[in-house]
Design a protein around this ligand. Structure first.
Ligand SMILES: NC(=O)c1ccc[n+]([C@@H]2O[C@H](COP(=O)([O-])OP(=O)(O)OC[C@H]3O[C@@H](n4cnc5c(N)ncnc54)[C@H](O)[C@@H]3O)[C@@H](O)[C@H]2O)c1
Ligand SMILES: O=CCCC(=O)O
Length: 532
């Protein structure tokens, strides 16, 4: 099947739309979009309408396809194979067939492959970024940042691959000698979301390949083109057939997920997405007792103490809350500001948001693009409506932007938030910042931890003792102190509580794809042979 692609043609520019209302709600958009047409790639062969299994570009056996839409215009931009269980089983078989040879390669050989793949990503960064903006909607500058972040996982794990060590262990039994070997876990099933179409995939494939595993990666139905372009680069990097297989689906996603999680051949599943789906995949994996890593939903508290540097805290809130229009799992979800600095913070934060430029991710100077789809917009609107109904005051934003496209929403700040509002308990996953106030440390730690999830948490203070106290008290897997950006391939990424388990990136990431084998040598420790 060929992609359904409309011709490239610039949409009329929408310039300087100024919206003002009851509060300080002023947004400017200035964009010229080629939203629903093919982005002008330097290398058009990176754009695929088939997927990559066993070293070949294929369709679904049924011939079915699904449509991919541009979130900015809502228009169809292409199609991809709608795979089902038979397609997934074939991909799993390809990965299983490739495993014996691949697991025997040395760490150094695998490092060279990953390094080459990394370099190809760097060389094709502009095209990869255009594809990300096209299918995800994020501004091109952010998409370029994502490509660099994503490629760095290959670079990082190319450096880890040759450095996997076991231990020599002092045995308790005389005459025994004990050591351990780290081995690849086997075929891995990787399931990733649309919010980082490149980075969520490389963060899983990088350590899997470094460990000597082969993979079947289910690309997100909303954003399959970036994953396909990465597969093309894997091919060019000389990754052997069957080592990296990509399965695609949108409407058949539940069937595809079940095929991966119930397969006895797949030994490990790594998933990034919602807690709801994580729980389902864990249940489905239980019959075959797979090794699991889950990076699930968050509800990050973002705490500003009276003694914080105001500018640093505001910059941190902008970065943490509005990155990818609020669609990252580590985005601030509840912003708690201590009473003494609350009004100042609200004013300075609103002034910064007032400078945002919303529009098509391709347009010059745009800081914030559309949300991924109409369900995301509805959730954001419902959180705003709920807050207003319960007494929240909108400082800026609060509305959809239908003139811009179907999925645009104004970056929004609401003050006077209270604990009975939906935002206090549910992840918004969109551009709405709710400002709560608090009195003291004891109150804020209780509020911050009053959630069943625990991914990221942030706080701002100049008091070093307080920094230790609060970092230790927060029930999360990652803490940002005086910063709103914590993502780094060198740092362990992951959560506690219902945000999941396992760590990605860092020196720990590769362990998720390995098992530790213990070897005991008996009958050792005899006297030296003496022939005299
Ligand atoms: N912790 C993280 O690193 C991280 C990263 C991104 C998103 N998320 C979370 O994901 C949520 C937002 O994304 P979403 O609503 O698209 O999440 P989602 O769980 O619905 O979907 C995420 C991915 O899982 C796939 N999926 C959905 N149902 C499936 C099933 N039954 N079997 C197999 N795969 C399935 C989807 O196709 C998608 O690719 C938020 O809760 C967010 O916090 C977490
Ligand atoms: O949304 C999840 C991942 C975000 C990140 O890696 O910074």
């Amino acid at each position: 099947m060929k992609a359904v692609l409309t011709n490239f043609a610039a949409k009329p520019a929408i310039r300087s739309q100024i919206r003002a209302s009851n509060h300080l709600r002023v947004l400017r958009a200035s964009y010229t979009s080629f939203a629903h047409s093919v982005p002008p790639l330097n290398d058009r062969t990176l754009l695929k309408s088939q997927t990559y299994v066993n070293g070949k570009w294929i369709d679904a056996r049924s011939g079915m396809t699904f449509e991919v839409t541009d979130p900015a215009s809502g228009k169809v931009i292409g199609t991809m194979p709608e795979m089902d269980k038979t397609d997934v089983d074939a991909a799993i078989k390809a990965a299983a067939d490739a495993l014996p040879a691949f697991r025997k390669t040395t760490g150094r050989e695998r490092a060279k492959m990953l390094r080459k793949w990394y370099q190809l990503m760097v060389d094709n960064a502009d095209d990869l970024a255009k594809l990300i903006t096209w299918e995800n909607g994020k501004p091109l500058a952010d998409a370029k940042g994502e490509v660099s972040y994503a490629a760095n996982f290959f670079e990082w794990f190319s450096e880890e691959a040759p450095r996997v060590y076991g231990d020599t262990i002092p045995a308790s039994v005389p005459g025994n000698r004990v050591f351990t070997i780290k081995e690849p876990v086997g075929v891995c099933g990787l399931i990733t979301p649309w919010n980082f179409p490149a980075a969520m995939i490389t963060r899983k494939i990088g350590p899997a390949l470094a460990a000597g595993c082969t993979v079947v990666a289910k690309s997100p139905g909303e954003t399959p083109f970036t994953a396909a372009a990465l597969a093309e680069l894997a091919h060019r990097a000389g990754i052997p057939p069957g080592v990296v297989n990509i399965v695609t689906s949108l409407n058949n996603t539940a069937e595809v997920g079940e095929a991966i999680t119930s397969s006895p051949i797949v030994k490990k599943v790594s998933f990034t997405g919602s807690t709801r789906v994580g729980k389902l995949l864990m249940k489905q994996s239980s019959d075959t007792l797979k090794k699991l890593s889950f990076e699930l939903g968050g509800n990050a508290p973002f705490i500003v103490f009276d003694d914080a540097d105001l500018d640093t805290a505001v910059a941190g809130a902008i970065a943490s809350k509005f990155r990818s229009s609020g669609q990252t799992c580590v985005c601030a979800n509840r912003i708690y500001v201590q009473q003494g600095i609350y009004d100042q913070f609200a004013k300075a934060f609103t002034e910064k948001v007032n400078n945002f430029k919303v529009g098509s991710g391709y347009a010059e100077g745009i800081t914030h693009g559309p949300l991924i789809h109409d369900r995301a917009v509805s959730k954001v609107q419902s959180h705003v409506d709920d807050a207003v109904k319960h007494g929240g005051k909108v400082l800026i934003g609060g509305h959809k932007l239908p003139d811009f496209g179907p999925n645009f929403f104004e970056p929004t700040i609401i003050r006077d938030m209270t604990n009975d509002m939906a935002i206090a308990h549910e992840e918004t996953f969109g551009p709405v910042a709710g400002l709560f106030s608090f009195k003291d440390e004891a109150e804020i730690v209780k509020l911050a931890n009053d959630t069943e999830v625990g991914l990221a948490g942030y706080f701002f203070s100049k008091d070093i003792q307080r920094c230790y106290r609060i970092a230790e008290a927060l029930e999360v897997g990652m803490v940002g102190v005086n910063t709103g950006l914590i993502s780094d391939p060198a740092a362990p990424f992951g959560g506690v509580k219902e945000s999941g388990f396992g760590r990605e990136g860092s020196k720990y990431g590769i362990d998720e794809y390995m098992t530790t084998k213990m070897v005991t040598l008996g009958g050792m420790g005899q006297e030296l042979q003496d022939s005299s």
